[in-house]
Design a protein around this ligand. Structure first.
Ligand code: HSE
Length: 446
């Protein structure tokens, strides 16, 4: 059978990995796909660099539309990123009857509904394994491997940059700013790290996971997003003492009232496998009613790990290219006419447990006042830890000179976020509470 012909938009880190792995493993891939897969046309602004590198058999252009218009191209791989020109090009490729493979999580998390509808109407596929957790085949697992299950929740460390920073903070007792600088020096964090450290990249991925897990439309705008910029080494240290690790978690959960979709720092029991995922690695835990808990671990970024996911999509497309469109795996795992209208819950309706840290004046009755507020608000305490000023660290010694201070750390049982917000407002108003209360959510992942 004639090889399937691929056009590639953007020959950066992932594009070059895709080119290299396809070339290196072409025989193995052909045996799996049943036909060859060839990149024949590449669009990149740096034409000369790419031309010297891909050789004479590949046409190189700076005009992405020339690739889309090439009648020999069966599949367009979009590796440009972002939601502006990438969106236009993806929709044009679909309109031209090309299948699309993309690693663009932002594009699909924000505009997925429009893009998938356009693809279905045109009878083409849009595949995006590389958009979530890089080389980990989590889309494949959720859409196909776990298709028998009613998915209950999915929790993931789906941003390697922040996981690297949190690992550094824990290992070296560094504060966030220092660990970020180290991440930038080593090339894990970009010069503008906003998308990673503010949780936006993880929320794009969590949005896609949520849609596939529960058969709901992509709803990035309903996701609750908090990054790691306000975390202190002290909280990571206290969490450790209580038997927890702090991770930036992408969490989506089915409840009786709707779907939770949230990204925020989270305490996880240290004994869970996912709590021990360190450095820039990613991991996703899926809880299904039939299978129980499954865990997927691997590299969430990088040239060849991400290329591995791009090529997996190309092989799927090579196999399904001639199949009846109705028989293909649906974009969001559920048939488009069988999607659920389960609402994504506002954050104040989410139920979880909490770590609280209160910097208080070390005087009689403070703890009693704090615990009374929790009791009156109906919040049950799981554990309390108090640390004296000298244990807090040298940076705080100057502060404690005027008034003796102490950190009170409280772990709670589950309660609704609205109730916790009310309790925190009352505790914050106590004159003995000297600094803004630190609140980190906690998931047992049992
Ligand atoms: N910047 C991401 C990360 C990889 O740090 O995991 C691409 O989504």
């Amino acid at each position: 059978m004639k090889p399937i012909q691929v056009g590639l938009l953007g020959m950066g880190v992932v594009g070059s990995g895709t080119f290299n792995v396809l070339k290196r493993n072409q025989e193995e891939i052909r045996r799996r796909a049943g036909r060859g897969i060839e990149i024949i046309h590449v669009a990149d602004l740096n034409v000369e660099r790419v031309r010297s590198w891909v050789g004479p058999d590949v046409t190189v252009t700076s005009d992405a539309r020339a690739v889309i218009a090439n009648p020999d191209i069966d599949i367009v791989v979009e590796l440009i990123g972002g939601c502006t020109i990438a969106k236009t090009l993806v929709l044009e490729a679909i309109a031209a009857g090309k299948h699309v493979v993309t690693a663009n999580k932002a594009l699909l998390a924000v505009h997925g509904t429009e893009i998938f509808a356009a693809a279905s109407a045109r009878g083409v596929m849009v595949a995006f394994e590389a958009a979530v957790a890089g080389g980990i085949p989590i889309i494949k697992a959720l859409r196909e491997g776990l298709t028998a299950n009613r998915i209950e929740w999915v929790a993931g460390i789906i941003n390697g940059t922040t996981n690297f920073i949190l690992s550094e903070m824990r290992d070296k007792g560094q504060d966030f700013g220092v660990a970020l600088q180290e991440a930038q020096r080593l090339g894990y964090a970009e010069a503008d790290p906003t998308f990673d450290i503010e949780g936006i990249d993880a929320a794009h991925k969590a949005t896609l996971i949520s849609a596939i897990a529960f058969g709901i439309p992509v709803q990035f705008d309903r996701a609750h997003i908090e990054g790691i910029t306000r975390l202190c080494a002290a909280d990571i240290h206290y969490a450790d003492q209580l038997g927890y690790r702090v991770k930036l978690l992408g969490m989506t959960k089915r409840t009786a009232h709707g779907v939770e979709l949230r990204v925020h720092p989270c305490l996880i029991p240290s004994r869970r496998l996912i709590a021990n995922v360190e450095g820039a690695m990613n991991a996703v835990v899926v809880q299904g009613d039939a299978v129980g808990t499954t865990l997927y671990y691997g590299k969430g970024a990088g040239s060849e790990p991400t290329a591995s996911a791009v090529i997996a999509d190309l092989v799927d497309m090579a196999r399904l290219h001639t199949a009846d469109a109705a028989q293909r795996v649906p974009h969001l795992a559920f048939q488009p006419n069988a999607m659920s209208d389960l609402a994504v819950l506002p954050m104040d309706q989410v139920v979880t447990s909490y770590y609280l840290r209160l910097r208080v004046a070390d005087e009689t009755g403070v703890l009693a006042k704090v615990t009374a507020i929790l009791a009156q608000t109906g919040i049950s305490i799981d554990a309390v830890l108090q640390r004296q000023a000298h244990e807090i660290g040298p940076a705080n010694v100057a502060e404690v000179a005027e008034v003796a201070q102490t950190d009170v750390i409280i772990l709670t049982h589950d309660c609704q976020e609205a109730r916790m917000n009310a309790a925190m407002a009352q505790m914050q108003a106590l004159p003995s509470v000297l600094q803004p209360i630190i609140r980190i959510r906690k998931e047992e992942l049992a």
